[in-house]
Design a protein around this ligand. Sequence first.
Ligand SMILES: [Zn+2]
Length: 202
Amino acid sequence: MIPELNELANLVSGFPGIGQKSATRIAFHLLKQSDRYINNLIDTIAKFHKNMQFCPECGALKNRELGCELCSDARDHSILCVVEQPSDAFTIEISGDYHGIYHVLMGCLSPLDGIGPNDIRLKELEARIRNKDIVKEIVVATNPSLEGNATANYIAEEFKNISGLKISRIAMGLAIGSQLEFSDSKIISQSIKNRTLILEGN
Ligand SMILES: [Zn+2]
């Protein structure tokens, strides 16, 4: 193969969901674009990478210079939605009906892949809930997959002794094995509204 093509295709094939074949197609696509477009793309990527970070509190995407909108006082801090990835918080925000705060785990429990409780942000979640005593309900919105469900069960089990804390799971209008990120806004909105209680706070 042509080394220049190879080099770009290899970089692009590291993107989520992009295989070697698609990466090669993208490389050819880029070659056909104007200088102006390519420069704009390079600048935008560099700016995004420089200016954005994951919020140290909730784990969602925020501008480095600004406070986190999803952690702001304008939100309802009594309800906290637990998601796997920053992009999931973004997806739920787009659905428009949720006004509580978030906690991004940065993954989910997956013993087969060697991912245990210490490998995702579960300790941070517990600290947030115990320290503040403001959160009254956790809505677990991990993906409706085997691992997502196992993570929800683990959270319910670990946190059952925190007094006054309700734990619920988003309704499974979402197909088993589907990913939040690719689900319709209306379905997500409904699945939060119709969430089921898995632990009644005592
Ligand atoms: Zn935040």
